[in-house]
Design a protein around this ligand. Structure first.
Ligand SMILES: [Zn+2]
Length: 378
């Protein structure tokens, strides 16, 4: 009976297919069954059990999932840092460049996070160049774009593994504190017309000049125009966001505070000296002719990415063409600048601490965790 139950549970867990929400219904799973499943491993994939720290390879090893602790409150994504072309080569079907060094950034954040919390984050990685396979492709574009069989199988495999890891977390967090899926990207947003602006180097503290906009863009799947609006407007949009369940848990906090208050993710990054938008420092997507140029005679809005398909799908959005899950695993996209977050190991040595600090503070502030959060070692 016990074995049959666990087997049927596993069938539900791992009979995943693209486009189907993962439902793991084991709320009535007894403690003995739980112990049995725990003793076998954290997660089962294709007839094998995997332990914390194991890597589950997907289609042709083009994508993989690093297994975290079942009760880890952090899942990190690196969808756009791949350089592989595949064998045979997967044709290029997109034009956008790679998010350089987001994968080592993710690894550095994960290492620091585990040191402080003793919880290993889950990590999902796409090793294929995004011009060939982009996990952020919307489902209605998949068949049209990925006519190559390997391209489609790789895309599906990424989502299968991401769903698998997320389902383990969601099951463990049922009735618990919740968790954060952070999809990590890199942008190359520039000022208008070759204009350079000052920023403070995260490595030396000295003022430098760059044509790139030194800002980390925090995406919650909210429309860009909404971030030009006053708080009263934003306060009504919780159900459109990838952090809807967090808003539910804090009914007394205006939603705009979750998006641009001092304890918002951007606000907590700003507290670590990371320029972030939205945040207290840059609460709205401002329009500025000198900095961002003109469009049809009107000053352009500050460049900003609001969150792709993955952020929408694996968070909690309830409104919109892509909706997420009705659980306590929220999703946030971060679009980081190369100049002060990713470009080399010295930069990442420092930026990874800043991001780790903000993540732990965020979990402690909003989800009721009480993790230690170490200071910079310098
Ligand atoms: Zn990206």
């Amino acid at each position: 009976m016990k074995k049959a139950f666990v087997t049927s549970l596993l069938f539900v867990c791992f009979g995943l297919c693209y486009g189907t929400s993962v439902t793991v219904n084991s709320s009535d799973l007894g403690s003995e069954e739980k112990q049995l499943s725990d003793s076998l491993g954290v997660v089962k994939y294709k007839d094998s059990w995997y332990q914390v720290g194991d890597t589950i390879f997907g289609y042709k090893k083009y994508v993989y999932l690093v297994v975290g602790d079942a009760d880890s409150p952090l899942f990190l994504g690196a969808p756009h840092d791949g350089v592989a072309v595949g064998n045979p080569p997967i044709p290029e079907t997109g034009k956008t460049g790679r998010d350089i060094a987001t994968h080592p950034l993710v690894n550095a954040i994960a290492t620091l996070f585990e040191k402080d919390t003793d919880k290993k984050p889950w990590i999902i990685v796409n090793t294929i160049h995004r011009k060939r396979v982009d996990p952020n492709t919307y489902p209605n574009k998949v068949d049209g774009r990925y006519t190559d069989a390997d391209a489609k199988a790789t895309y599906m495999s990424y989502h299968e593994l991401l769903s698998l890891g997320r389902s383990v977390m969601a099951e463990r967090q049922k009735g618990g504190k919740g968790a954060l899926f952070l999809d990590v990207h890199g942008h190359a947003h520039k000022y208008s017309d070759g204009l350079e602006q000052e920023y403070e180097s995260v490595v030396t503290g000295k003022t430098k000049l760059s044509r790139f906009i030194c800002q980390t863009e925090i995406g919650y799947a909210l429309p860009n125009h909404a971030l030009e609006q006053p708080d009263a407007y934003l306060d009504k949009l919780a159900d459109s966001s990838s952090i809807a369940s967090l808003a539910d848990r804090h009914p007394d906090v205006p939603f705009s505070q979750l998006i641009r208050g001092p304890k918002s993710f951007g606000g907590l990054l700003a507290a670590e000296n990371v320029t972030a938008v939205p945040s207290v420092e840059i609460p709205i997507l401002d329009r500025n002719k000198r900095l961002f140029g003109l469009s049809k005679g009107k000053a352009k809005r500050r460049p900003y990415f609001n969150g792709g398909y993955v952020t929408r799908k694996y968070g909690n959005a309830r409104i919109g063409s892509t909706t997420g899950f009705d659980d306590n695993i929220i999703a946030i996209q971060i679009e980081t600048p190369g100049i002060n977050v990713r470009n080399n190991a010295n930069i990442r040595l420092r930026s990874s601490h800043q991001f780790k600090r903000a993540i732990i503070e965020y979990l402690n502030s909003w989800m009721g965790y009480d993790f230690p959060n170490s200071r910079y070692p310098y």
